[in-house]
Design a binder for this molecule. Structure first.
Ligand code: CO
Length: 146
């Protein structure tokens, strides 16, 4: 497996609407995608796009707010009431090969490979096996877009 682009940093928030105001007013963000629900993952999601000089897609901030009572984000927010950095997401060319790569190293993968917020296959690797970082691995979208 070859490490790809840092696609996004997942940031948990108790309120996406308030976070959008923060990214606009405090951080000067100008490109924020309309929030949407991902019920199967138990989250509401909103992407803040950061620009790059090359005209390529920049790394995104993925705002995630709990959706539903059983959302996995709830326990994170209980420990971090203001929200905060939740996961890092790296792109790979081939999701199946990447999963095998981590499995061969004895890394604990959380659940099945599934379709993520960008419409491409993703899986998560346990933070205790990843230097303390909850790590999302995602297949690069065809055409290199988000
Ligand atoms: Co993510």
């Amino acid at each position: 497996m070859k490490l790809g682009r840092l696609n996004h940093i997942g940031v948990a928030t108790p309120c996406i609407a308030e976070s959008i105001v923060f990214y606009r007013k405090t951080m000067g963000a100008t490109d924020i995608v309309e929030p949407f629900d991902l019920p199967e993952q138990g989250v509401k999601v909103c992407f803040v796009n950061t620009p790059t000089s090359s005209g390529m897609n920049g790394t995104q901030i993925e705002l995630i707010e709990p959706l539903g009572e059983t959302s996995a984000i709830r326990s994170f927010l209980e420990k971090n009431p203001l929200g905060g950095q939740h996961h890092l997401c790296y792109e790979v060319e081939d999701i199946a090969a990447a999963r095998e790569w981590f499995e061969r190293q004895g890394k604990r993968i959380l659940g099945p490979t599934r379709i993520g917020a960008h419409g491409t296959p993703i899986f998560f690797v346990h933070p205790k096996d990843m230097m303390g970082q909850l790590t999302e691995i995602m297949e690069t979208p065809k055409g290199g877009g988000h």
